[in-house]
Design a protein around this ligand. Sequence first.
Ligand code: FEO
Ligand code: CA
Ligand code: CA
Length: 673
Amino acid sequence: MTTDDTSAKGRGAADIRAHEDEEAAGIDRPGLHATGDARPHNEPFRSVLARNIERRSFLLGAAATVPVLMAGSAALLPTEAEAGARRLSFTPIEPSQLDDIIVPENYESRVLIRWGDPVLPTAPTFQPNRQTPEAQEQQFGYNCDFVGYFPLDSDRRALLCVNHEYTSGEDMFKNYSPGVNRKQAEVEIAAHGGSVVEIQRAGSIWSVVKSDRYNRRITGDTPMVITGPAAGEPLMKTSADPTGTRVLGMLNNCAGGKTPWGTWLTCEENFNQYFANNGLAADPAIKAAHARYGVSSGPTGRRWEAFYDRFDVVKEPNEPFRFGWVVEIDPYDPTFVPRKRTALGRAKHEAATTAIAKDGRVAVYTGDDQQFDYVYKFVSKNKYDPANRAANFDLLDEGVLYVAKLHDDNTGEWIPLTIDNPLLKDKFSSQGEILIKTRLAADAVGATAMDRPEDCQPNPVNGRVYLTMTNNSARSNIVADSGSALANPRVPNLNGHIIELTEQKNDHAATAFKWEIFLLCGNPEIDLKTDPDSLTPGLPSSATFFAGYADATKLGKIASPDNIAFCSKGHLWIATDGQPNSADIGNPNDALHVVPTVGRDRGYLRQFLSGPKGSEVCGPEFSDDERTLFCAIQHPGEGGGIPNTVSTWPDRRELPRPAVIAVRREDGKDIGL
Ligand code: FEO
Ligand code: CA
Ligand code: CA
């Protein structure tokens, strides 16, 4: 789900698009999207890039050692070239507007589990016209997003951890009545959160095991603990929790990650949309903090505040501070109490991906999915112990949270958001407050404003970290945007881009890095720029760049990169959220693409899968043997509401159902090769 859309979740697509237009025009509507108004605008990434290009042009004639700007000219290590020899060999598919899953020839896809399917053995059969919260608490939730594969004892058994990001009442109920029908609100809360399901494979077919050994539903009402420096802070205390350490539920969990010790990181993203009436908040400091995160100034779309005081800022001003965190869950222990890890900061987290630093500490990368917001990295204080799983469970409670600043010489720095930072120590009372107000702290240290940072993924082959910037419809023009609120070389950035970040000495604990543009997404048939030096600020949104790959006749078309994943060969798999909005590429359905990052095919992007109408493709996630690719198909049919939903996938009935699919080659061999 796009953040542009987020405050409008629960509304129709037409409302969402209209809202985007208003946002682009600088119009704020109470209850919609107040976020952008309350922040100072740090130097946008685009202006950094502009200066960067100028500087590079000047230096190129004088010094051979200047950092290269564009990925296409990056020198490859021998191991990278070798890995790149494992070339992709599938026949790409064409963009599609069909209401179905499309995969390449010689591949097959099957639905593994849908909204309403049983998760717990006691779950009743799904009855779309008689939904109850008691049933939904035992069934697969709505709008699946992140998918994590956790192995069991063979390549035929595993656990899948799946996020249920948000509900779309108009696509779930025939007579959706927010604020009036309490039972619908209870079903919606139960449809949020996540699922842990045991799966097994017989031959080529995966199925869900209806077992109570591992299977679990986590909802918007599941008891959780708050850990790390912000636990117990005054701002975390409510009338229901005077300790500031216990909270009910996780909300809007978008993407996530897996830790090396086998836990699931699930990320609260657009939590702001569940909390009402910030415009009436009594405390100006609390009101300002909530406004920076876009908490609704008036009623919410779902109107849960009509039934629960905690969703009304006037009644419980601190409750929103208890959301917007990365939550850690042990999928192998169904009694594990989920832990909100405050040391990782509070933002609209898209994903949280881990990498081990050279000295054994743990780095966690995360993007804050908002126009002009930031990229973060946490580095743990203590080291990962591969020999003692239990010893790693609280690694994410102590460490340093950094925010990224990109400089104009292709370098960047990770700025610590710590109470001893001179730029912060007079503005915040404690480390806990800095973390609760992470965005405000990042504003204060001059972080670089980006184009909606979504996923961040370390590449297992070259160690570089790839950052997706999904799009930024609010960028206006280069002159007016200078020094203000824009973050991309294109005006506007409707198609998104991907940045490639190289940590100093390839060490994930480094506080310095270099960066390059890897992809400028769009339609290469309109504008393919093979020469990095031809990239200049103020390019039209149709301008593209594919890591220097030059043959436009081979390249696929892509827009709005969102969730990404690497296979072990270093190929980057890119799921999209917003292609139907891109006229440049013909408004196709959202999709899954793949692009090599190493070897001679670097930048050669191809489409692998197309989703049904109205859906967004999420996940993606490989089985450990990389012979199954799981994807979450989120919000099929979005855009009309019952009875006008635009999809009947997957059951070919009136009600579309979000679902996880499993894709395999018909011969059972490695995906893509
Ligand atoms: Fe839920 Fe950033 O997409
Ligand atoms: Ca998105
Ligand atoms: Ca996403």
